[in-house]
Design a protein around this ligand. Sequence first.
Ligand code: GLN
Length: 493
Amino acid sequence: MELHALTIHELQDKLRAGETTAADILASVCRRIDAVEDKVHAYITLTREAAELQAAAADAAIRRGEMEALTGMPIALKDILCTRGVPTTCGSRILADFVPPYDATVVEKLRAAGAVLVGKTNLDEFAMGSSTETSYFGATRNPWDLDRIPGGSSGGSAAAVAADECVAALGSDTGGSIRQPAALCGVVGMKPTYGRVSRFGLVAFASSLDQVGPLTKDVEDAAILMNVIAGHDPREATSATVEVPDYRSFLNRGVAGLRIGVPREYFLAGIDPEVRVAVEAALGVLEAGGARLVEISLPHTEYCLAVYCIVAPAEACSNLARYDGVRYGFRAPEGRDLLDMYKQSRSAGFGAEVKRRIVIGTYVLSSGYYEAYYKQASRVRALIRRDFDQAFTRCDVIATPTSPTAAFRIGERIDDPLKMYLSDILTISANLAGIPGITVPCGFTAGGLPMGLQFLAGAFQEGLLIQAGAAYETLAATGPLIARRKRERMPLD
Ligand code: GLN
């Protein structure tokens, strides 16, 4: 098998055995990018020259016998993570020329762990979307079917991992933006607990919901990346001081005796029958593996989307106030005075979806409406959190579908925001409650599109997600399944 098709841990075995070099691994990934990127368009910026230097440094380190957690691993970054000296666009015209003077903490950590950073991946503008169609730089395509969306907003990261254009990637998840595209592209994606991974240098969308996390080819790789990126950051006020376990130690624990909660509200109307059948089959596999299925209820589930659609835009409109054309970013040349310059810069710099969120956010925060909308949404959010607290007294993890449908066609939902928002109906509750979630591939539709199984756990219980996800992968043998289907089906070669 070609090097670009392997996982982090497989490549590390080869490096350790002296069977390959970081330079060879990067060359393989670059050849793959040359062969398929025209069709997929996963990247906004490629940083090949810098990556070659990093690969050379990795090989030198290996010769000295110094192997760090990610030495020589070609990793991609969602283009919402600040990278020193490398454009960070957030998929927006307003930041098209922005070059940050510093690295996000997670980027620093990847560098320190020896990673080779191959490029910045495409996303919905400012991570607002579920399809990667709202990017100023054009849409990304799903490698399993090029007429379909890869999910979003971390669609570039998910597509790049699925198409072997990198070994793993980082994304961000505010309402599902790691898990939904991972599910739709047939890869693993994890949203950590709020506060588990530093948000320093992650361009803010909705600060009380945003988290950075990994998109990988299997659960073991997710554990490896979590070991690197998790942990306290004194530069980030909401960063948790909770100790970080070795996430790899959860890999081979199996599910015997694990109580898996199945929330009835997540299997109701709107879930595609194929997805429901696949997830129910997955639950059967887990039960056969010794897990105990427990029926649970999360009674406030029906309010999650409404709460999210108030809280996220409210925070977004505040965060986006900084893009005024003055200090950095796009500035319209023809402003008559300061106010007019603001207006023109923002009108031309932001796309339609971002403007929609700014308008909604401004409305729900405005005097007279604040109590009725934002305050009320915050109250309901507390109830949603309490649902999970109560559920986790009866089960260790919760299992649900990740996305109600497999990948939809490009253009299918772009003019219907409500339909687009429904893509996240099963993922946003975790962001509202601040708890971690993982998606693992759980098979294909009759049309050959991947589907995902989501596990949720209590705060800082990422280890349980790794345990359940890895156990499912082994029991259902999804790793090899994906590889086989990939060779047969991806319309890339
Ligand atoms: N799709 C959701 C939205 O449009 C979530 C996006 C995200 O998680 N960044 O807001």
